[in-house]
Design a binder for this molecule. Sequence first.
Ligand SMILES: C[S@@+](CC[C@H](N)C(=O)[O-])C[C@H]1O[C@@H](n2cnc3c(N)ncnc32)[C@H](O)[C@@H]1O
Length: 233
Amino acid sequence: MSQQSLDVNKKWDQVYSQSFMTMWYPNEDIIRFCARLIRKRLTHDEFQVKKEVETVLDLGCGNGRHAIYFAREGLKASGIDVSKQAIDWAIDWAQREGLDVDFRVGDIANLPYEDRTFDVAVSHGVLDHVRPQLANAAVRELRRTMKKGGLFYCDLRCADDFEYGLGTEVEPNTFMLDHGYEQGLVQHFFTLDEIKALFDGQFRIIYSEITERRLEPDYQRRYSRWILAVEAI
Ligand SMILES: C[S@@+](CC[C@H](N)C(=O)[O-])C[C@H]1O[C@@H](n2cnc3c(N)ncnc32)[C@H](O)[C@@H]1O
């Protein structure tokens, strides 16, 4: 791992060791992604299969909530994260549930998997928590490890989000956070042009949407995320 990754590892370890980021249920937009593009339950025991899939990677898996979700659905799931603390949580969780998930400590820009391993990948809140150069390297690595036609879900903070501008701008649209439990971590706020550039020539965008929560007390502050599904070309 590079020195930069080791430093980031330490920061994320602090976040996880204080349980600030452990989440125990899957993100709703990932469940929706599955229903829209992979498999949708029609009745109690009937499914509409939209894509036959076997293998799934959770990129920046944290304590493993999405890899665990896919393993419960019967897929061969893998998860990778730079934080050893997060991966320890994830391994413990899978063991307690009797699920066989391949969790590893590692860097998303240097994936320890063979070419064309995965049918599906998901990544919640990760590619916007690294510097743009690293996000680009991670997408290249992901494309290498995914099968052609494979589906990738990711969500990213949007450039019109209410927290845009907080902290120190270290490069365009990228801020070193100086508040809360994410202090010292990087947040990039994506424009649509940046998203197109990130995937250009490697993935085709299937859908790109923005979800927005307008926050109390006056409902003027918008918590805003891109929700994306792309296909490996
Ligand atoms: C906001 S958390 C999201 C965690 C998880 N995806 C979830 O939804 O619960 C971002 C995650 O990205 C991981 N991360 C950040 N940089 C990374 C890198 N270079 N390689 C691997 N994981 C990284 C962090 O350790 C952290 O677990």
